[in-house]
Design a protein around this ligand. Structure first.
Ligand SMILES: *Cc1c(COP(=O)(O)O)cnc(C)c1O
Length: 385
């Protein structure tokens, strides 16, 4: 990393880090190095780049920028958020136990239940709003706490520092899926977590044009273990997409500011909308916002009053600016019906028990003009009168 930028502010580092070493071209932007392999000076020479599964200049530039933005020391970029998560589970052994949350991204839970359980990894699901839920669930086999905050889709906030402290007491690693908040809003490693995880397909990329995942750590031993998983398993991010993410993170801070301003206005509108039952948005219930969150972020969920599946479906199909689509975190607003889309892989009894009902709608609020977004939602409510 450029030493002269180490002490610069987040916004300045987001824009100026992520450069490859000077290659004689004086290019202002980072080059894409597609090379799979590199000329060595003698057999066994590992002094520079050797093979791109191990390290690639464009990916390394990205990883250095990401490490800095999360206040970590090393970062690793993967071909998806789920591939990045799987690298963490490469550290576990059959018989190990993990404590995680009932409210989780559906694909995360699917990997836990349908892939990792088959490898004899055991999972306990807790509500987690009370950090003692983690303490109570710990066994002598527990190796990892895996949390999201805000959670997907109910935007529950989990106290990272409290969970990480319980983890430290029991020799358990704490990993935080920081996809919804991004490092601009919250820094899990500074709060004591061991691993910050991202689906970079969302806000880090920021334009719905890339699938990628990220892990960031402070501890050097843990970094070496995760680096081994990255190159030994081979789910690393390719050079073009590394470049695309670098381009995305240059505007992360201004996007998150606008996502939050727009979302706050939309959450306030939804609170006043008679056809809405409950609004989920960090801080909207007047409760404290933990983890030093700088902003509430760009995700808003709500339930529609006295509606059945058909009515909710009609609502989700009646917006014109909000695009009906999976995913989140892009500049464009998206509308999602978790029960039939992002969280459809979770059995109905399980998801309904903790609030992911058929009447729940999740918005990824984009950075369009907020008045157009508000008109769009009003029109959709009028359509289900
Ligand atoms: C999308 C998402 C993931 C999965 O990431 P992919 O990039 O789709 O593999 C994990 N966690 C959260 C919170 C997500 O929203």
């Amino acid at each position: 990393m450029r030493d002269d930028f180490k002490n610069k502010q987040f916004e300045t580092r987001a824009i100026h880090l992520g450069q490859v070493a000077e290659d004689g071209t004086r290019s202002v932007t980072t080059a894409i190095y597609p090379s799979s392999t590199y000329r060595v000076e003698y057999p066994g020479d590992e002094s520079g780049y050797v093979y791109s599964r191990w390290a690639n200049p464009t990916r390394r530039a990205l990883e250095e920028a990401l490490a800095s933005l999360e206040n970590g020391t090393r970062a690793f970029a993967f071909s998806s958020g789920l591939a990045a998560m799987n690298a963490v589970f490469g550290l576990l052994r059959p018989g190990d136990h993990v404590v995680t949350l009932t409210d989780l991204y559906g694909g995360t839970r699917r990997q836990f239940e349908k892939v990792l359980r088959h490898n004899q990894i055991d999972f306990s699901y807790v509500d987690g709003r009370d950090p003692n839920d983690f303490e109570k669930a710990v066994t002598d086999k527990t190796k990892l706490f895996w949390i999201e905050t805000p959670t997907n889709p109910l935007l529950t906030l989990i106290d990272i520092a409290a969970v990480a402290e319980i983890g430290k007491k029991h020799g358990v690693l704490t990993a935080v899926d920081n996809t919804f908040a991004t490092p601009y809003i919250q820094k899990p490693l500074d709060l004591g977590a061991d691993i910050a995880h991202h689906s970079a397909s969302k806000y880090l990329g920021g334009h719905c044009d890339l699938i990628a995942g990220v892990l960031v750590v402070k501890d050097e031993d843990l970094a070496e273990k995760l680096y081994f998983q990255q190159y030994a398993v081979g789910a690393q991010l390719n050079p073009f997409e590394s470049w695309l993410m670098l381009r995305g993170i240059k505007t992360l801070h201004i996007r998150m500011e606008r996502h939050s301003v727009n979302s706050m206005k939309i959450a306030e509108y939804l609170e006043s909308e008679p056809r809405v039952d409950k609004v989920y948005y960090p801080g909207i219930d007047g409760g404290p916002i933990p983890n030093g969150m700088k902003l509430p972020g760009g995700m808003v969920s709500f339930t529609i009053k006295d509606a059945d599946f058909e009515k909710v479906k009609k609502f989700a199909m009646s917006t014109r600016v909000f695009v009906l689509a999976e995913s989140l975190g892009g500049v464009e607003s998206l509308i999602n019906h978790p029960a039939s889309m992002t969280h459809a892989s979770i059995p109905k009894e399980i998801r309904e028990k903790h609030g992911v009902t058929d009447t729940l709608i999740r918005l990824s609020v984009g950075i369009e003009n907020v008045d157009d977004l508000l008109i769009d939602l009003r029109t959709a409510f009028a359509a289900i009168k």
